[in-house]
Design a protein around this ligand. Structure first.
Ligand SMILES: [Ca+2]
Length: 488
């Protein structure tokens, strides 16, 4: 016999909407994780996921009010209309004259692996005889068994009296029959038989029910042994003894078989396991980018997807050039920053003990020599490989000075803030004078006219500026010279 599946019939859907969340065993769930959530291009990330699915088709809910196709019972004369408690429809083995009452499933195709059978169960809980009478002797309990020969012989599940560990909810619906199928604590138990503790008039509490878990609806979950993993395995609940008609009632509901081995996992980047190998994230240019990984878990009946996203920051590609290079002693070197991305944090070391953090600084060297200039760049937390270039500072020859033209005198230098600037030997009738601080930031820029035949005179007021080193740059059509100023 093959497995009968109960897929998405309208009735099935309604039932699962009514159930509390803890009973939604049929649905799949998955949660994707990634570490770290922010990385530099070229770094590795670790992805992981946790999840699982129920298997709702292989079972029975008795909601139709009849025995499911392929199922049968012996000696139980069951009712399905909740004779002894409100809540959902269930199988209720009434008080029949038969001494053996059974509920037997159809044959299931059980894959080898991690399968378990789950159901709800309780015993009658009334002290008086009738269809709700409580079993009270050890032999009057129900056992769970399996058969791989279509019921010719039965094997009892191991682990006798492994009771569910949960709270016994008692919900009075006003009809005198107390407990509900809803609000039941869902706690795994296991085992092949559930003995009813002896019930006497003295151990019924004031509300009229025995206290033990077996007299309340609880979720039971029993692992199916590998010997029972065949293409045609039946299960049955059996009560081998009772006190006769009107005694020792019991009920079963919401039977399902759940197999984790029938699940499949799929990540958007290919892997099919919950915890895939680490992934290296590439550089995609100068801007940070977000990239997401999707993982799906699916069973025959359901699936779930989750997403884990990472922000990838570019690693700076550092490059610069110095102008002019070589440079005459007394002139300023301007640095052109061609790094990518261009909005990193910068650290320049000019090789003479001075440094700057601006993007494109200018620098003045006090003496001749070869200076190793290093530029470091950090974008977010990502550090690029530093770039190093050598700047040559040299005494320029008279001819070269003549070519450069112009003579700049500044006095007093150092000063507290006011300087007189004298510029000679420049043929332009107008020149541009700019002053920069040590970081290369422009403080003043001005066009000035020739003062006399001999040159230019210009007073500079910098007393409002902080103490330190400044540079004055004089530009004409044939001239560009820089001098150092010091405010003490
Ligand atoms: Ca009895």
């Amino acid at each position: 016999m093959t497995t009968k599946l109960l897929p998405f019939s309208p009735l099935f859907v309604i039932i699962f909407i009514l159930l509390p969340a803890s009973q939604l065993k049929a649905q799949c769930y998955i949660a994707a994780n990634v570490y770290p959530r922010e990385v530099c291009a070229g770094d590795k990330i670790t992805l992981s996921a946790t999840g699982g699915c129920g298997h709702p088709g292989m079972g029975a809910d008795f909601a139709s009010g009849t025995m499911p196709a392929g199922w049968f019972s012996q000696g139980a004369d069951p009712s399905f209309d909740r004779p002894c408690s409100p809540g959902m429809a269930h199988f209720w083995a009434g008080a029949t004259p038969s001494y053996t009452r059974t509920l037997t499933t159809e044959g299931f195709d059980i894959p080898s692996g991690d399968c378990e059978i789950q159901w709800y169960m309780r015993y009658g809980a009334q002290p008086v005889s009738g269809e709700c009478n409580a079993p009270d002797l050890p032999g009057e309990g129900v056992s769970l068994q399996w058969s791989t020969n279509d019921g010719a012989s039965w094997t009892t599940f191991s682990g006798y009296n492994q009771y569910p560990q949960g709270t016994n909810h008692y919900i009075d619906h006003g009809g005198g029959q107390g407990d509900s199928f809803f609000g039941i604590t869902h706690t795994p138990g296991s085992g092949g038989g559930w003995e009813p503790p002896g019930v006497t008039s003295s151990n019924y509490p004031p509300e009229g029910k025995p206290a033990h878990v077996v007299y309340y609806w609880h979720r039971y979950e029993s692992a199916i042994p590998v010997q029972a993993a065949t293409q045609n395995t039946r299960f049955r609940w059996v009560q081998l003894s009772n006190s006769g008609q009107g005694h020792d009632a019991w009920g079963i509901g919401e039977v399902s078989i759940v197999c984790s081995s029938t699940l499949s996992i799929s990540w958007s980047h290919g892997p099919t396991v919950l915890n895939p190998p680490s992934v290296t994230l590439p550089d995609r240019g100068p801007a940070p980018y977000d990239t997401c990984f999707y993982v799906t878990i699916s069973s025959v009946f359901s699936s779930a997807t989750d997403t884990a996203c990472v922000t990838v920051y570019p690693v700076p590609q550092v490059s610069f050039s110095a102008h002019p290079n070589p440079v005459c002693l007394g002139d300023t070197v301007h640095f052109l920053n061609t790094s990518v991305p261009d909005n990193s944090s910068w650290l320049w070391a000019f090789g003479d003990g001075e440094w700057a953090t601006t993007k494109e600084p200018a620098h003045y060297y006090d003496s001749t020599g070869a200076y190793k200039v290093k530029l470091e760049a950090v974008y977010n937390m990502c550090q690029g490989r530093p770039e190093v270039d050598t700047v040559i500072v040299e005494h320029c020859t008279g001819a070269r000075e003549h070519t450069a033209a112009g003579e700049i005198n500044i006095y007093p230098n150092p000063t507290k803030g006011d300087f007189d600037l004298e510029i000679r030997n420049i043929h332009d009738n107008a020149i541009n004078v700019c002053i920069f601080n040590a970081s290369g930031k422009e403080i003043i820029c001005d066009d000035i006219q020739r003062s006399s035949e001999s040159g230019y005179f210009y007073r500079i007021h910098l007393s409002h500026q902080p103490k330190g080193v400044y540079f004055i740059k004089v530009s004409g059509s044939k001239t560009c010279k820089t001098k150092k100023l010091i405010i003490k």
